[in-house]
Design a protein around this ligand. Structure first.
Ligand code: PLP
Length: 229
């Protein structure tokens, strides 16, 4: 199946209100361009250096391509992330907001963020303590981060055959979103980035607004060339 066929196959199953983030990590600029030519506009990458090299090239021909950072972000990569991305979906600690604000202010760019919440036993990324997310939102509300726009939440479900655990993980994120939205009505926190190639149907049933799909679009990733970011 081609990238185009894979995209069309997923898109016809997605409800209109759910956006598709095509996760292009470990795939080439040429494959990204193939997806763009098939109508895809939003991409996800989890390693900043790889993403910057690829999207600097892609954006020469397709300046409207939009990039979201979905992987754990080190402080020294934030400058580059803010330059190339429109959104950082994997904010997992408050200190990261300080650096995102600092770098976004320098280039006067408003950047959207999602808070990554740890909802499943096996995954290791994301805020463990929801009260820290509340603290971060309060700081944004108090004006500490004028270049940061909070838009919602992200999670990775555990890698397990047990669909109930996967579903419980997505539910947990939705409950957090509902509570935070109630506590912070001044923000639009509606986005729930949840669901990957293996579990996106369950995520959609549980209220995902944004699925992050790589393998089912681009095929298996070749990790043999992996460099450390
Ligand atoms: C790689 C990755 C995805 C996509 O995974 P697939 O199983 O290939 O669809 C989604 N989210 C994050 C955070 C990722 O790192």
């Amino acid at each position: 199946m081609s990238i185009k066929e894979n995209l069309n196959n997923i898109k016809k199953q997605l409800p209109d209100n759910v956006r598709l983030v095509a996760v292009s990590k470990f795939h080439t600029a040429q494959e990204v361009i193939e997806a763009i030519q098939a109508g895809q506009t939003v991409f996800g990458e989890n390693r900043v250096q790889e993403a910057a090299a690829k999207f600097d090239e892609v954006k020469k021909s397709f300046p409207n391509a939009s990039l979201r950072i979905i992987g754990q972000l080190q402080r020294n990569k934030v400058k580059e992330a803010v330059r190339i991305a429109d959104a950082i979906d994997s904010v997992d600690r408050i200190e990261l907001l300080d650096e995102i604000e600092k770098q976004a202010a320098k280039i006067d760019k408003k950047i959207q963020v999602l808070f990554e919440f740890h909802t499943g036993e096996e995954s290791k990324s994301g805020f463990e303590d929801p009260s820290l997310i509340v603290e971060a939102l309060q700081k944004i509300k108090d004006g500490a981060y004028p270049h940061i726009e909070p838009r919602g939440f992200m999670t990775m479900a555990p890698f397990t055959e047990d669909k109930n655990l996967v579903r419980a993980s997505f539910k947990k994120l939705r409950d957090l979103r509902d509570q935070c939205q109630k506590d912070f009505p001044e923000f639009d926190l509606s986005e729930l980035s949840m669901g990957m190639s293996g579990d996106w149907q369950i995520a959609v049933e549980e209220g995902s607004t944004m699925v992050r799909i790589g393998t089912a679009i681009f095929g298996a990733r070749d990790y043999s060339q992996a460099k450390k970011d």
